[in-house]
Write a protein that binds this ligand. Structure first.
Ligand SMILES: Cc1cc2nc3c(=O)[nH]c(=O)nc-3n(C[C@H](O)[C@H](O)[C@H](O)COP(=O)(O)O)c2cc1C
Length: 165
């Protein structure tokens, strides 16, 4: 949060966070809803949107962009993310954009490509000149038991990183 003191009037501007996610079975949606609620409680202005109709020209211009996607079919991105969003974001320049990545997976489906979506999204950010400001959140297996520990802890550490920027 920034405080601007202009002619004795103090303006408070909240940092803005845009989350864009793909989800087929609802696990990633749940994780992103949790992240959005927790970061809002920490004082951020958060937009949390599904990827399918998200306009690619709104991908930049935020204090932080969070891209989230689960892994399907031996290491591929979630089918809707892959079909309706991925081709539209290939020409986007992220050079002014701070980013973090959230990947989901389950080792029982594929031991060799476990949470490969996180690596794919990291590579996307890096090859589009974006700035990964925090380690990726990797969520494996059942999501519900991980929300209050793994996901909350990741949000809290991300918050400390954003405060220091
Ligand atoms: C058909 C199918 C294929 C999957 N393939 C992988 C995979 O290759 N690697 C992996 O780590 N997880 C894999 N998973 C696990 C999903 O990524 C995991 O269940 C995730 O939480 C689903 O997220 P969603 O509910 O948001 O769609 C697969 C799941 C299904 C149903």
């Amino acid at each position: 949060m920034r405080l601007l003191n202009v002619s004795r009037i103090i303006y408070v501007t909240m940092k803005t966070i845009q989350i864009v996610y793909g989800s087929n079975g609802g696990n990633t949606q749940l994780v992103c809803q949790y992240i959005a609620a927790h970061l809002e409680a920490l004082g951020y202005s958060v937009n949390n949107d599904r990827c399918e109709h998200f306009p690619e020209d709104k991908l930049t211009g935020h204090d932080l962009l969070i891209l989230a996607c689960p892994t399907y079919e031996h290491g591929a991105l979630e089918p809707n993310f892959l079909k309706s969003f991925w081709p539209r974001i290939q020409a986007i320049d992220l050079s002014q954009q701070a980013c973090v990545v959230v990947g989901l997976g389950d080792i029982k489906y594929d031991i060799d490509y476990h949470i490969e979506s996180a690596r794919t999204l990291q590579t996307y950010v890096e090859t589009h000149n974006g700035h990964l400001i925090h380690p990726s959140l990797m969520v494996s297996g059942q999501v519900l038991p991980l929300l209050d520990k793994l996901v909350k802890g990741w949000c809290d550490r991300l918050h400390l990183k954003l405060e220091a920027l």
